[in-house]
Ligand binder design. Structure first.
Ligand code: ATP
Length: 254
């Protein structure tokens, strides 16, 4: 039996889930994640149990549609909050590169210190340009009250497509009203975000992000713009969410 550096035995039935928790707690200690982020993760984790802690075929279809959409966009932006930075800064940077997207820090509990910590984390993983930090976040999303309304005029504000993983419903709705195409990663198919987004990937961000990088890389190499468009046109988010719910309903005690 192998025990990793934080003391989780590799044959523990919940090893992966415990490891993800440790990454978040570690992110909390390093000032990336807020306590509320730990609680939000708990909600996601419960749904991960119910979908069997795997990327379902349904989620894979949403991943392909998301990758095609990002490749077809001219100003795609990946919005990064504390949990996203703690769990997958490496794949955020990779996806930005493969899909030609910008990275923007956007957090609900905004402090200069936390913005800088998230920026440093992304830079550690190779990000060259990061939007939305400090005075750069000078534009406002209309009708939104929280500090999350502050966005970069060259980033989310001007974007045609925004990838907003682990997002709350108010902000997603505001982005939709601004005519952005919104892609989200959210384990809860019943959340407001899941329902209003154009493409919802019902999967754990730690699995969805590498799969998204892989899909974008593959589609970029092999697929014409017309075929990419066909992938996006054929995707139906309500139907896809319904399928995720069916998977949850069928989950049973083994
Ligand atoms: P809404 O406002 O959209 O109804 P909410 O109030 O639950 O949703 P938040 O708590 O702000 O919104 O967002 C967290 C969302 O992210 C939740 O829906 C949760 O299920 C999901 N989530 C948390 N951790 C993960 C993860 N690791 N991977 C994917 N989704 C996650």
């Amino acid at each position: 039996m192998h025990i990793d550096h934080i003391g989780i035995p590799s044959d523990h039935p919940r090893a992966k889930s415990l490891y993800i928790r440790e990454m978040l707690v570690n992110g909390f200690r390093r000032g990336l994640v807020v306590p509320e982020g730990l609680i939000a993760h708990g909600r996601g984790e419960a749904y991960d149990y119910l979908i069997g802690e795997r990327t379902t075929k349904t989620a894979q279809r949403a991943i392909e549609a998301a990758a095609a959409t990002m490749l077809l966009s001219s100003r795609a932006v990946i919005s990064v909050n504390g949990n996203t930075a703690a769990l997958c800064s490496n794949t955020v940077v990779e996806l930005a590169e493969v899909a030609g997207a910008n990275i923007e820090v956007n957090i609900f509990y905004r402090t200069e210190e936390r913005e800088k910590a998230i920026k440093a984390e992304l830079e550690k993983h190779g990000a060259k340009k990061i939007l939305g930090v400090g005075l750069k976040a000078s534009a406002r999303i209309p009708e939104l009250q929280s500090e999350r309304r502050r966005v970069d005029p060259n980033g989310i504000y001007a974007a045609d497509t925004v990838l907003v993983p682990l997002e709350d419903g108010d902000r997603t709705e505001a982005l939709i009203r601004m005519n952005k195409t919104v892609i989200t990663i959210d384990l809860n198919p019943l959340s407001r975000t899941s329902k209003v987004a154009d493409i919802t990937i019902v999967d754990n961000i730690v699995r969805a992000m590498p799969a998204l990088v892989y899909a974008a890389r593959k589609l970029r190499r092999t697929t014409t713009a017309m075929s990419l468009k066909r992938i996006t046109d054929n995707f139906d988010n309500s139907k896809n969410l319904q399928e995720s719910l069916e998977i949850i309903k069928k989950s049973e005690v083994q």
